[in-house]
Design a protein around this ligand. Sequence first.
Ligand code: ADP
Length: 441
Amino acid sequence: MSGIWWPLILRLVLLAGLAFAAWMIDGIVVALSLVTGILLLMVLHHARHLARLSKWLADPRPEALPSGSGIWEDVFAAFYHLLRRQRRSESRLTATLHDFQRAGMAMPDGLVILDGSNRIEWCNPKSERHFGLDTKRDFGQLVTHLVRQPQFAEALGGSYADPLTMRAHGGDLVLSVLIVPYEENRKLIISRDVTDRERVETMRRDFVANVSHELRTPLTVIGGFLETIADMETPNPELIRRSVPLMSDQAKRMQTLVEDLLTLSRLESEGNPAREEPVNVPDIARGLYHDALALSSARHKVTLLLESPAWINGAEDELRSAFGNLVSNAIRYTPAGGEVRLSWKAGADGGAVFSVRDTGIGIEAQHLPRLTERFYRVDRGRSRETGGTGLGLAIVKHVVNRHAAKLDVTSEPGRGSCFSVVFPASRVDEKRSTVQSAKSA
Ligand code: ADP
């Protein structure tokens, strides 16, 4: 029995005792009048408290709770505690909800919550960017009115098993969109920016297609000659004599391509960081100068300008291969009679610069940003004719990056180009530079 019953029973027992005493002393009429009077007072007392309670319930604030007497004191106290408990759990729930919302806002993925009829209940800022939504304006809107791509509406109405790949609002990003059903017909839409992943995938596909294409031509030439020779009843010595050097050229071309591919793959592999040993660049430059003379076969004027004694901390074979590519390009893209100048100079802020300048065909400005892409060629025919693989500058770019250096290219069509590898001071081997300069002084 709850606490309010005992005082009530006590009061009724007292009233009964009083009525009995009055009956014994003054007779039944007095006793009944006394009981009626006391009951009336009790009813009035309760009615007054009920009226206060009902008024308070219209706006139940704990601080405005009326005070009561008798059992009403307990009733109001119980209300007060109930209300305090409710307020506490309300503020706990609100805090939890805010926590969830804050977590949703911080998510790197887009998040949209839909109700049973695909109307937006909540969405985070990332989803605004992905789907062009407005977190304030679009609550309660049908998501299919705002995200108009047909495949999105289709996925929303059908099966949700696989993520959907689609363009983001504005078309610049590629999204992977996952639709997760929960409760009855409600849905979560999670969108992730997969632009980089898609770009890498496209690059990989292009790369395989390019390599296949590059290998197909020499293989077709060699295969064609071999078939012709195999079909001959008696071998034709003249045809064999003419075809062997051509086949050998094509075989060499494939070999160069495979070597360049292996070099690129070595440079790109993460488990193969660039070595850091002192590299005598002036020595490399001298060697490359002689290689250039041999490549040019006296068709060009080749010069070497060694203005700096600096050594570089890095990988000698990589630097030799990168500089060699620049030198061979300069010779290959400079018509006979032109000039090719190799130089090694001090750069700004204690750095050093290796440059190859030519007076060759030059490159139009729109091609410059793409030159270091694999297989990018300005003039495909000329590159092939001169034995190019289209990978030389891609290799140069990797080597340059691995040495914290920078590749600068300036060029003017018809006048020539200058390719410079700019090393920062942090890569210059101070000790050897000084020793060398003391020697040369
Ligand atoms: P390739 O094997 O075709 O020479 P690279 O990666 O070395 O490939 O160079 C990419 C393209 O850049 C070349 O196909 C050529 O069009 C252009 N290029 C590179 N060096 C020069 C240069 N010195 N003068 C003119 N064009 C050049």
